[in-house]
Design a protein around this ligand. Structure first.
Ligand code: ZN
Ligand code: ZN
Length: 248
C-alpha cells in the first residue's frame, strides 16, 4: 500500500493494488471516496489510524462508480461502520452487480494479454480480491442525482462514459477534483501512465467518456485525483487535454 498525506489540503490518498481511495477531512470527521477491493479493508483501517483516528470518525462513503475495484469494501463498511454509501442513481444497479458492466470492446481479455506490463497490475488486483467482490445491497445505498451536493461540500460533476452513472467530485475549497475512472493517470488494463481514458475493454462508451472530460476541465481545479495512478497537479484543463488524445 501507499499512503500519501495531503495530496490536496485535507485529502489523503490510499493506494492498494493500484487502486486509489481518498480520505477527506471534513471538520473532525472523515469522508471516504471509493471503497477499493475486498482486501483494501486492512490498509484503510491502517490509514485511518495513521491519521490518529479510529474508524468511528468516518461519517460517509462516496463511490465514483459501481465497478468491482471501487465497491470492494462498501458492503462491509455500510454494515459494520453504519455509514451511508452514496452513489449516483444510474450506477446503483452496477454497485449491486459489480461484474455485469458494459464495455466497448468485446475482446475484454485481449487487452491485458497484448500488454504484458499490465499483468503485474491485474494480478495484484486479483490477489486483493478482485474476483470476490460482493455487491452492495440496494437498501444500503443512498443514491444522488446530477446536481447533488455531497458530504464535505463535494459537488457532483456528472462524467458518464466509463460507466453510465460515473460521477466525479469537485471540492472547490481544496482546489481539487476527484475524477474516479473518468480520467486516470494509470490504466490498470494496459499499464500505460499519464492522464488518459481507461481502455475500451473496461469502459462502457469511450466517446461519451471523452466528452465528459470537458466537465472535468471546466472545474478549473489545480489537482486531479484519479481512481488509478498518481495525482496530477498541473490543472484539470491540462489533464483533460492530454486524456482527450488517449489512443485506445
Ligand atoms: Zn472503473
Ligand atoms: Zn477502477
Amino acid at each position: 500500500m501507499v499512503f500519501q498525506r495531503d495530496v490536496a489540503p485535507g485529502i489523503h490518498r490510499l493506494e492498494h493494488a493500484y487502486t486509489n481511495q481518498y480520505l477527506v477531512e471534513v471538520d473532525d470527521r472523515l469522508v471516504i471516496v471509493d471503497a477499493g477491493l475486498p482486501r483494501s479493508y486492512g490498509p484503510l483501517v491502517e490509514a485511518i489510524h495513521h491519521l490518529g483516528h479510529d474508524v468511528d470518525v468516518v461519517s460517509a462513503l462516496i463511490i465514483t462508480h459501481g465497478h468491482f475495484d471501487h465497491v470492494g469494501t462498501a458492503r462491509r463498511l455500510a454494515k459494520h461502520w453504519r455509514i451511508p454509501v452514496h452513489i449516483h442513481r444510474d450506477d446503483a444497479w452496477l454497485a449491486a452487480h459489480p461484474y455485469r458492466y458494459a464495455h466497448q470492446n468485446a475482446t475484454r481479455l485481449g487487452v491485458p494479454l497484448r500488454n504484458p506490463s499490465s499483468w503485474k497490475l491485474l494480478s495484484s488486483m486479483a490477489f486483493a480480491g478482485a474476483f470476490k467482490v460482493r455487491g452492495v445491497d440496494a437498501a444500503q445505498l443512498t443514491t444522488f442525482d446530477d446536481d447533488a451536493e455531497l458530504p464535505g461540500g463535494a459537488e457532483v460533476i456528472p462524467t458518464p462514459g466509463h460507466t453510465f452513472g460515473h460521477a466525479s467530485l469537485h471540492l472547490p475549497d481544496r482546489d481539487a477534483v476527484i475524477s474516479g475512472d473518468a480520467l486516470v493517470t494509470l490504466d490498470p488494463y494496459t499499464g500505460a501512465h499519464g492522464p488518459r481514458l481507461i481502455a475500451g475493454s473496461a469502459t462502457a462508451d469511450l466517446e461519451r467518456n471523452r466528452a465528459s472530460l470537458d466537465a472535468i476541465a471546466a472545474t478549473g481545479a489545480k489537482s486531479v485525483l484519479p481512481g488509478h495512478g498518481v495525482p496530477w497537479h498541473h490543472g484539470a484543463a491540462a489533464a483533460a487535454e492530454r486524456a482527450r488524445h488517449t489512443d485506445s
